[in-house]
Design a protein around this ligand. Sequence first.
Ligand code: HT7
Ligand code: ZN
Length: 877
Amino acid sequence: APAIRLEDYRPPAYRIDKVHLNVLLEPAATKVTATLSFARAASTEEGTPLVLDGDELTLTGLKLNGEDLPQTAYAATPDRLEIQNPPAAPFELTIETEINPDTNTKLMGLFRSSRTFCTQCEAEGFRRITYFLDRPDVLAVYTTRIEASKAECPVLLGNGNLVETGTVDGTDRHYALWHDPHPKPAYLFALVAGDLAQVPDRFTTASGKEVALNIYVEHGKETLCAWAMDSLKRSMRWDEEVFGREYDLDVFNIVAVSDFNMGAMENKGLNIFNDKYVLADPETATDQDYANIEAVIAHEYFHNWTGNRITCRDWFQLCLKEGLTVFRDQEFSADMRSRPVKRIADVSLLKSHQFPEDAGPLAHPVRPRLYHEINNFYTATVYEKGAEVVRMLKTLLGGEEFRAGLDLYFQRHDGEATTIEAFLACFEDAAGIDLSQFALWYDQAGTPVVTVKTHHDPERQTFCVSLSQEIPPVPGQKSSKPAVIPLRFGLLGPNGEDMEITAPAEGARIAGDVIVLEKAQQEVTFRNIPSAPVLSLLRDFSAPVRLDHKLTLEELQFQAAQDSDPFNRWQAVQTLAMQDLVRLAGLIRKGQPGVPSEDVIRVFGSVLSDMSLDAQLKAQALTLPSEADIAQEIGKNVDPDAVHAARRLLRQAVSRQHGDAFLAVVTGLSGDGAYSPNAAAAGKRALSNRALYYYAATGSPDAAELVWERFSAADNMTDRLAALTLLVHDHMPRETEALDRYKARHETNSLAMDKWFMVQATAPGEETLAKVRALMSQPLYDAGNPNRVRALLQSFATGNPTQFARADGAGFELIAESILEIDKRNPQVASRLLTSFRSWRALDPQRSALAESALLRVSSCEDLSRDSRDIVDRTLQ
Ligand code: HT7
Ligand code: ZN
């Protein structure tokens, strides 16, 4: 397939002002009649052919202005409908198609999940329902009539407001008519029909408008929706209070389905969710699940303004809605919970997912310039780095001007499909600044490395900070230009307090506590600094860069204990651990004995006993960098077994030294009252489970007994899963018994069983591979359900580095073989799984050769989907 390029963008030749759909639902043969009102664009010559998109469609009827169109006047294939000589004046096309929801295993367009009919149209799924100008800059007003069997589908939902319902005379069928007054692109279209339970609620907007809220779920799951509904109401209020955004329809519906390619979808007035991001109770959902539900509910709701009211001109602008909406959901969660804890979690995710993407063969700018398959660009770069770019904008402008810029954006572009340039222009106009250099963040791939050197001159009382920036080579990007990098900073004085800066610094623009690095190299001089400070840089992770700032062990220890910025305290502990882990892995690789650093062990002890730290923050600081993070830091010639061994060694050493203190934390924090998902209670559980993790590593029979006891006595999923993970990953004596007990308890709950698959797939040890193969034939495993595939295969490929990258190549083979199988059914799920090979070149030569041959096996398949072809070609390039 030819590449789609940003530079080739042209406005549409025809508009579609109104869409009327009549959808007669049948599981194997649904009839869709689309009546579309077209108008020629002013710049389009008369007689210009009208070319509509299709995908696997069967055309069963076609009328122009109510008259059958002769076959000579058009050309139809499953993926294209061309009207050769359309009228010059506005005209109406009536297109009849027949589709089969039951055989739609791609889960794009109209499909069935369990027995419920539902749709997924982003990015290009609407063209699997009817022929259309399926591009985000074609905005139309939709009216949808949905008709189905009343017994099979008592619930009929569409976008917008419900206009009418009725029965179809002489049949067992009924219908609902929905009208959405807000013009929207086809990717926001949705319908749902099925036998679902309704969980109702209501919300009064700031201006007094009453909104009916509903969550629709399978019968029997109504009680699992309380947290999602609460999160929705809090999101609606927060968006009014923080961004001045009100909801704009009479009803907001959410439907939870169990077969879904991604997390959720922001269809106008009818959000469709993967049930994983709706259903929760303490028995089956972890604290992390609760936090994810809150964030995803908020994210989809926030899209109503950032994505739906103002949408993207073309798919290259995807970050316009996604980066901004992720930023908004991150801010919401920070306000609902602890800001530093949320920031650390977001940055950890960015570093573990986006940084490797940006450093490997799949690197691309936040706004790509070229794609073969748009579904492959719903990436950590577009979403998470996109959010960081918006965050930097706020840092550079300050809160007030940032808000003024956003207000202008909402006012200027409401109802439009727009671009990153138009977005930035709002901030330029509101703040009176030039963002042309800042815009490079959208166009350059790769993570900039900022190198820092400092020098204190006691005689002149100056403190010099030399800064330089560079983006390492990225495929297809020959050179790069210096970016605008906001570096939040503080100078830590000997007592640990931030020094007051009395004289203006020279050599760079400094706004408050932010140094703005704008050139390839800059030197900043602070005056009146009598004693050498410790430079705390990149506070709150103010820019998505790698910092090359060589602090001494003492300076890092000082920062870990004293920095007023909680993020940099956490970062200092992580850096200390990482440095030691990389050193240990190197020694182990050479067959030499590795002895963990006493200093690092001591720092862990100090963190544990620091009474000033919040429990969740403490748990985060005591979390060792993951094996994947360590591999990323090593960068090349990686031996995952050595990395694993190094990490185990450090865990054991910390455990040996502080075992009693960890035990005291476990027992001290256990079982205080009824479960609450709030941040404080979740923080205590996180800390006690982190302490249990270390205590378990003492390897004593007492420890094994305590873990078993915690597993058996747990009254919530967070504690049960934490203990189960230890039993299985540490291969404790009652590992099998625990897995069996867990299965017996949760067998009927697929989301809880996904955790059971995941724990086993991520267990270290040679036997895991055979286990995963055996689990694939488990009756509870379903290769057609994306959640099951992610729980078993994706977590094996991304969360079990020693077994995925086994020295005999069997891990790569299992995943390659599965990709080929899944690709026939669901290309999006297959291509996502394929991205787990993205860091293959960083492995040692033997392993990278094995990974390459697995990739070549995938690549040699001739009828690979466009999704998987695109990823495999780029990964091998
Ligand atoms: N905007 C949505 C992205 C999306 C998607 C969702 C479900 C299935 C397929 C999908 N393709 C793209 C989700 C979001 O960012 O909110
Ligand atoms: Zn989104």
